[in-house]
Design a binder for this molecule. Structure first.
Ligand code: FEO
Ligand code: CA
Ligand code: CA
Ligand code: CA
Length: 674
């Protein structure tokens, strides 16, 4: 049997060990959720997200069907109304969508997309080399790039669908699950597992009948895996703590691991997040350096890749235990080349992925960019999904100019971490040794315990970024209930983040509630949102409130003493995770909870951000997580990913479950959700 067989709902306490023992709770009392009614912000409607995406919205979906709703609401409310009938909870092993909609599986694990296009074999006998040319497993974050985006177009019928493959189900991947021979893993099993991780780039096109398919032989089709060579960029590049046998000068590494969510950049590239990368490494020495301790690296790894029979360098590197040699003769520093946001240019198939270290090193769930403005810095947000970890923001040093923008903008700038104050205000705390306040806190902390770590200072800014969590502890950030995806409202600029749950909040030995995370424990999660001061994403202050508390029937969210949402059969949900604003401004919420009643299978709901109207739109098959959603610019096709289905889905006559994308369309060809 596979070791570390993982509960998909993170119920296994070993999956995400609590490694933040910094005690950073800024409030001593349990406070009622504090909410604040904010004035409706009138932004430049539509322009915002269009600029994030790098294409115009002139020809995008407008809600023709709902323009005359006559409810007296503002235009923003009209464009974000939910025009479908909510679907009930479901425990069936199929996808459920509203009346008038159709769902169809697409690009299941094992679909050949490149090279020799090796056919998927349902008995598990595909080789590692086959898997390197096929769609990976455990689909997660995903984005659709219009094929003509670089030329300023906004095609909704042809594009590059880029998706993450977070982890694997070894039992489905191999004929007999993971095997061991004399304590070693067969090398081709390891090769296949590494190839089933990473990212797929798939050129897809809709035919005249509206059917989507892969463009066979397209030069854009590509697999990036946990073995693909990559460059390290930004302040941590070349730092001595990244020197390895593979990259003696600390400028390169191989692979990206545990890619959860993602973010498209304003210049048409894809940033993939490295989330629970720490699980893939083993360190059996008595003591570990702080850059491993603060992430919970154990003495054995999730899939034992370091135990490959052939002892190839690309496999044994997952063992961090120092041998007698020096840092350039072993892999003691290998884990320091993971934990980053990784930039992939899907339009340049031979480009090397770039690890952007200025965005920090932690358990990156994903990233979301604020609308890019000509001549202003680029701003993006990223959550660290572990219990009691933080939310971060990066502001570039150099300004954005559409004509010249590129990944270099992500190599210089300031990384901030969020502090949510009790009064509904918030502060962005810079993690920068050149900042006087931060430098003073660092000086004060030296020689003291920070959580479990005796803090002996930072060597330089590269050291700060390598140890982002520790730096954030010292800065005084607010420990959150597992920050997952973020989203920026294209109509107002407000930033939303899901806080999926926190089983340890308030338990003995752990932080209690704070205003932004007020439940002890937080079993079902909530969604927080904020507005940057002056609606300027580079601001160092913000105002926050809670958009909705997830939970069962009757769960209330109050604003100024008034109940603004009460969940009922149409919208009960738990453990919000995926979050995305479509190009019209509807908010899509995806869940990663247990399949237990009353919620049953995981689901996706749509929300109107102005009215807080929420309706269940989609329910996935048994045992899955619904994660990853995107549409082309016209919002008439929706791609939704199904991760780790439990039973034989999508094909009931195949013996193995297959992660897959689902294409949702409206039977009358209209805008999804309208
Ligand atoms: Fe991979 Fe935090 O979900
Ligand atoms: Ca998951
Ligand atoms: Ca997630
Ligand atoms: Ca999750």
């Amino acid at each position: 049997m596979a070791k570390h067989h993982l509960d998909p709902n993170y119920l296994d306490p070993d999956y995400e060990p609590v490694v933040n023992h910094s005690g950073n709770t800024p409030f001593n009392e349990v406070l009622a959720a504090r909410m604040q009614r904010r004035a409706l912000l009138k932004g430049s409607v539509g322009a915002a997200l269009a600029s994030v995406m790098g294409f115009g919205l002139a020809a995008c979906g407008s809600d023709d069907d709902n323009n005359d709703s006559g409810n007296g609401g503002s235009n923003e409310e009209a464009v974000t109304e939910l025009g479908f009938r909510a679907v009930p909870v479901s425990s069936e092993n199929r996808v459920v969508v509203p009346e008038g909609y159709t769902a169809k599986a697409f690009l299941p694990w094992g679909t050949p997309i490149t090279g020799e296009y090796p056919a998927y074999r349902s008995d598990g006998t595909n080789t590692g080399a086959d898997q390197e040319q096929q769609i990976g497993m455990h689909h997660d974050g995903m984005h659709f790039f219009p094929i003509d985006q670089k030329a300023g177009g906004n095609s909704s019928t042809e594009g590059l669908l880029v998706m993450n493959h977070e982890y694997i189900n070894q039992d489905a991947l191999h004929t007999e699950g993971a095997t061991y021979v004399g304590g070693k893993r067969p090398s081709d099993e390891v090769r296949k597992e590494i190839a089933a991780h990473g990212v797929s780039v798939v050129h897809i096109k809709q035919d005249a009948n509206g059917t989507w398919d892969i463009v066979f032989g397209s030069p854009f089709n590509r697999r990036i895996t946990s073995g693909t060579p990559m460059d390290i960029r930004g302040p941590v590049r070349g730092y001595s703590k990244l020197h390895t046998r593979y990259s003696k000068d600390g400028t390169g590494t191989r692979g990206t691991i545990n890619n959860c969510s993602m973010g498209p950049t304003p210049w048409g590239t894809y940033l993939t997040a490295e989330e629970n990368w720490h699980l893939y490494f083993a360190n059996s020495s008595d003591t570990q350096p702080r850059e491993q301790v603060r992430h919970g690296i154990g003495d054995s790894s999730r899939y034992d890749w370091e135990l490959a029979e052939n002892t190839a360098d690309e496999y044994i590197r997952f063992d961090l235990t120092p041998d007698a040699g020096s840092e350039t003769e072993d892999y003691r520093n290998e884990a320091n080349t993971f934990g980053y946001m990784v930039e992939i240019d899907p339009f340049t198939p031979d480009s090397r992925p770039q690890k952007r270290t200025a965005l920090g090193r932690f358990g990156h769930e994903g990233v979301i960019f604020a609308p890019a403005e000509e001549g202003k810095p680029v701003v993006c947000y990223s959550g660290d999904d572990s219990r009691f970890e933080y939310i971060y923001k990066f502001v570039s040093a150099k300004p954005y100019y559409k004509a010249t923008a590129g990944g270099y903008l992500l190599d210089e700038g300031t990384l901030y971490v969020a502090r949510f104050n009790e009064d509904g205000s918030g502060d962005w705390l810079p993690l920068d040794l050149e900042d006087t306040d931060f430098a003073a806190k660092v000086a004060e902390a030296e020689g003291n315990m920070v959580g479990d770590i005796t803090f002996d200072g930072f060597e330089n800014q590269a050291d700060v970024l390598l140890n982002t969590r520790l730096a954030a502890d010292i800065a005084g950030a607010t420990p959150m209930d597992r920050p997952e995806w973020g989203a920026v409202d294209p109509n107002t600029g407000e930033v939303y983040f899901t806080l999926t749950n926190n089983s340890n909040r308030g338990k003995e030995g752990f932080d209690g509630a704070n205003a932004a995370n007020p439940r002890e424990p937080n079993d079902t999660g909530h969604i927080i949102r904020w507005t940057e001061a002056g609606n300027d994403h580079t601001a160092t202050g913000f105002d926050w409130d809670i958009f909705v508390f997830a939970g069962g029937p009757g769960t209330e969210t109050e604003v100024d003493g008034e109940v603004v949402v009460t969940l009922d059969d149409d919208n009960i949900f738990n453990s919000p995770d995926g979050l995305w604003f479509d190009y019209n401004g509807r908010l899509w919420i995806q869940t990663d909870g247990s399949d237990a009643p009353p919620y049953q299978n995981n689901m996706m709901l749509a929300a109107n951000p102005r009215t807080r109207d929420i309706k269940r739109f989609f329910v996935g098959p048994v045992g899955c997580e619904v994660t990853g959603v995107v549409t082309p610019p016209d919002v008439k096709t929706m791609f939704v990913n199904i991760q780790h289905p439990e039973a034989n889905w999508p094909n009931s006559n195949e013996p193995r479950p297959r992660d897959a994308c689902v294409i949702v369309t409206r039977n009358d060809g209209g805008v999804i959700g309208a």
